[in-house]
Design a protein around this ligand. Structure first.
Ligand SMILES: [Cu+2]
Length: 165
């Protein structure tokens, strides 16, 4: 009985190896945090945000059936289509979320440039060439339905839907 209690007490303390392990992880995290600080400032804010972002993946592309279009890939369920047969590229996030928008030009067919803009959240990519990608971080700080679009191709447009938390 007495022996058993002693063992329990011993287990309450970290071993030397564990403490060193924690120190290494903490040091790596603080260095990583320091160097990524610049990228954590959302385009519609002025101060860094320390939160895990909601990742949204959008590709800009073209095919003979649909012409130029955006495709939202975050669900990993492939192409979402509306009843009309049109591609549903709408983005759904929750108010207050830090959103990391990853845009890639996958328009191999025409090789033209594409961009993506959401005016209300100060999201404006550069004109991306084929296979160029850009990540833009913004805070979804207001609820509603907002248009996102390409300035280069008026037919490329869809909606960002921010649900109130
Ligand atoms: Cu475009």
């Amino acid at each position: 009985m007495r022996k058993h209690q002693k063992n329990n007490n011993k287990n309450k303390f970290f071993t030397r190896g564990t403490i060193i392990g924690i120190a290494v992880i903490a040091a790596a995290a603080s260095v990583g945090g320091y160097f990524s600080l610049g990228t954590m400032i959302p385009v519609n804010g002025t101060t860094p945000v320390f939160a895990p972002p909601t990742n949204i993946y959008i590709l800009a592309t073209h095919d003979s059936q649909n012409g130029y279009y955006f495709e939202e890939q975050s669900t990993r369920q492939g192409k979402k289509t509306l009843a009309s047969g049109a591609i549903d590229a709408s983005i759904h996030v929750i108010k207050g979320q830090l959103v990391a928008l990853h845009i890639i030009n996958e328009d191999k067919e025409t090789g033209t440039q594409h961009d993506l803009n959401i005016d209300e959240f100060n999201v404006h990519t550069k004109k991306l060439n084929y296979f160029q990608a850009q990540t833009i971080n913004f805070i979804a700080d207001k609820a509603g339905t907002f248009k996102y679009y390409s300035t280069l191709h008026p037919e490329m447009k869809s909606s960002l839907i921010v649900d109130s938390g």
